[in-house]
Write a protein that binds this ligand. Sequence first.
Ligand code: SF4
Ligand code: ZN
Length: 320
Amino acid sequence: MDCTKCDRDAVMHAAYSGAHLCEPHFLDSVERRVRRRIRTDNMLSPDTTPDDPETWVIGLSGGKDSAVLTDLIEETFRDDPRVELIALTIHEGIAGYRDESLDACTTLAADRDIRHELVTYREEFDVAMDDVADDDPLDMAPCAYCGVFRRDLLAKYADEYDADKLLTGHNLDDEAETALMNILEGNVTQIATHFDASLGSFDDRAELDAMIPRAKPLRDIPEKEVALYAQLRDLPVHMAECPHASESFRSDLQEVLLELEDRRPGTRHSIMAGYEELAGIAADEYNTDDADVGECSDCGAPTTRDRCRKCTLVDAVTSV
Ligand code: SF4
Ligand code: ZN
């Protein structure tokens, strides 16, 4: 099949738009969509001068999404003295998964001359996700623990590096899954704070308020296109999936969404268009003034409870 824009062979077909694209036109189309998101997303315009650069932390996991994000952000802001990048990798302690992806992170950061930091659940909480998944003291999916731990570390280290923004590699599929998850769980608070808390769930209003601004520059790009972009650009990427991922609700929704998209191309785009409209309406109704924000009696993190969710979970998994 020929490219829709020239007579080279197409390397991909986007059923949702009907386009067949050759390699150069496909790469260009991904870059244009990401740059448009960077331009239209206020959070991604550096609001400073070269004497006082902003620090942007990129969550770099070694998977395709964060590799493509790092690649595109570094390229876009390479010559911009107003932005300094730090790549932050979080090691959860998952055998046969994170060590390999860490190599990919190290290679990419070194290649792009980006400061690279590594933090581990072992050093921070004295736990490894493999043990948490085995013991499972609260009878939850592994991701329910892991998400709380990761969020805590992202917030803690973003604060430590005095970061102005946190960038993550969530793609269109991730976003549509999160939207469906919030609707199916009836989580109106999450829907109402969609535009504030763009990194998935948080435990209470205090935690949300304490978050540094987040941005997801890949949120318009379908997962398959991110994977193809990483492959065609030959980026160092670890393609394996976390062995605990299949136990999550998200993973069930992923299957449903892939099937729906296959039968009705454009489903992900329409979910997100509707969800953002709904989030805007819900945000107008959502009252944020009543939260009684204090500090966790153990770690000092902002919370509306006596102890934050992370400290409660760490206790549960270390006292097994
Ligand atoms: Fe953690 Fe779940 Fe992600 Fe695995 S899939 S790294 S357990 S959040
Ligand atoms: Zn705490």
